[in-house]
Every structure is written in C-alpha cells, then in structure tokens.
Write a protein that binds this ligand. Structure first.
Ligand code: SF4
Length: 293
C-alpha cells in the first residue's frame, strides 16, 4: 500500500488505517477492541471516530488506572492512589451531571478503599515494581509490528518471578470478568510479547449496589495458545491490510468492513445510529469527533 495514495483518500494523516502497511504498528487495542463487527472497527479504527460524549465507564476506568499507576510508581503510596483518581475524575467532570459524577466518585473511592485494604500491604511486602504503563512492541512473524501497553509488571522479591498485572473494574460480575479475560486473547498477547512474565494476573475491582469485592486470578498460556493467537493475529493484520488497500482503490467499505448487525449491537455500540450511513472519509457525523492520535 502506498502511503501517499492513501493520504489522498484520507486527508488527515492521523487515520488509524494509515498505520497498516507492512512493518508498521499494529496495536493490541487496534486489533481487538472492536472484534465483533468489522463496520465498528472501520468507523472506530480506520475513520478514527468516537462519540463526543463517551460512555461513563471510559473516564471512570481511566481514573482508576491512573490511580493504580500512581500507587505503584510512587512507592506503593495509598494516598496518591485516591488523589490521582479524584484529580482524573475532576478532569472529566463536564461529561456527567452532578449526581452521576458524585455517585461515580463515591463508587471509585469505595472500590479503591476495598482494594487497598486487601492488596496494598500485601503488594508492598511481596513485590518490587518492574514497570508501569509501558508501551511494548514486538514483531509478528508476518512483519507487522505488534504494540501493547501493560498496566504493570511486578517481580516477586523472593522468587524473582515476574507477573503481568491488568486492572479490570466492573459492575457486572467478578466471575464473568475473570472468564472474559481467561477466554480472550489479551493475556495471550501480553505473555507472548513480554516473555519474562510467567502469568497474567487479572486484578478485578467490583462494585454493584452495596457489594464491593476485589479478586485476583492468574492466567497462564501454553505454546499452543500462543501459536493459535499468532495465527489469528497474522490473519487479522493481513485481512486489514488487504481491506484497506482495496478501500483505498475505491472498494466499498461496506463490503470490506461489513456490518455484523446482531449480538454486539446490544452492548451500547456507539455507532448504532450511523453505521448504515455511507460516511465520506473527510466527514465527521454530528455527535462524533475525530480521535486524537
Ligand atoms: S450497531 Fe451493530 S452493526 Fe452497527 S457498528 Fe455497531 S456492532 Fe456493528
């Protein structure tokens, strides 16, 4: 694919699809965030559209993650966890009405308190921090460069064994969140990409109504799991490269990135009002904005 000719089709260089030439970056989120519907993938990752008002759980999840990062990178500092969470939520204040905002802050603080009581001292005694929120990249066998960002890597002080930790906040169910991680490709991708770790630990913070819970589960992968992941990832990158090239040459985006109207539409798909429309690449539909790169 020629980058130049692609730019003619996509006047802003920031379009995600611009990155899909051989040897270019292919992020974990890029490939797996919208796996159920190619049309959603096209709108989100190729045209780079996102709703002006994202669902509440985006800024909320970000605030929890930023709090966790502060906790680990500032010497297991519990106060930093809470203040960083609050500061991050304050930045997205405009997205919520006052009642909803106060409820989210209260929910987050309750989750954090529960988590701190259960894990903060344990982690301080058990682990040393190897890294937090670091972008990694690694070559796929088909020459695409795969990128992924790990929440944190912790090393057991006694055994010297390293673990990848990933924070999940949920109102759904601890068990379902664990099984989603167990069955999905994220753990496989990260364990393939960061070979020094022996396991992927899903660190779950749950709150619904008055019930608060925190649980951790270790996920390990076999060589066969890794091989299966690589095969499907290479297949996806090849498909996307070819589809992008076809669209660049005038192919119909509906054909190369088809709708999957069904199961995944139910989960508050932000594109449900526009996904049947033919959207010119330079056009930003009302209620949407172009993602910053
Ligand atoms: S509403 Fe359904 S068909 Fe449309 S983009 Fe979303 S998941 Fe795909």
């Amino acid at each position: 694919m020629s980058n130049k000719s692609f730019e003619r089709l996509m006047p802003q260089r920031s379009f995600g699809v611009f990155k899909m030439s051989k040897g270019s970056l292919t992020g974990y989120n890029f490939l797996y965030e919208s796996p159920n519907c190619w049309r959603k993938f096209y709108l989100s990752k190729v045209l780079n559209l996102e709703p002006e008002h994202p669902p509440y759980y985006f800024p909320f999840g970000t605030a929890i993650h930023e709090g966790m990062e502060a906790f680990y990178s500032d010497g297991f500092d519990e106060a930093k966890l809470t203040t960083t969470f609050e500061d991050s939520m304050d930045e997205s204040y405009k997205l919520f009405d006052r009642e909803q905002f106060n409820e989210l802050v209260s929910t987050g603080k309750s989750m954090i308190n529960h988590w701190v009581n259960k894990w903060a001292e344990h982690d301080r005694r058990t682990y040393e921090v190897v890294e937090t929120e670091v972008e990694h990249e690694k070559d796929l066998p088909n020459s695409h460069l795969f990128t992924f960002k790990i929440d944190r890597v912790l090393r057991n002080k006694e055994t010297r064994v390293e673990y990848i930790f990933d924070t999940k906040t949920t109102q759904s169910s601890v068990t379902r969140t664990y099984h989603t991680a167990r069955l999905g490709d994220q753990a496989t991708a990260y364990l393939w990409g960061y070979e020094k770790a022996v396991a992927f630990v899903v660190d779950i913070l749950y709150k619904k109504g008055r019930v608060t819970d925190c649980q951790r589960y270790e996920i390990v992968r076999t060589k066969q799991d890794i091989q299966a992941f690589l095969s499907s990832t290479m297949n996806k990158t090849e498909y996307i490269s070819n589809a992008v090239a076809a669209v660049e040459q005038g192919g119909d985006p509906f054909f190369y990135f088809p709708r999957h109207g069904g199961y995944s539409c139910q989960f508050s798909c932000p594109f449900s009002d526009i996904c049947r429309n033919n959207i010119p690449t330079s056009y930003v539909p009302v209620g949407f904005k172009r993602k910053e790169q």
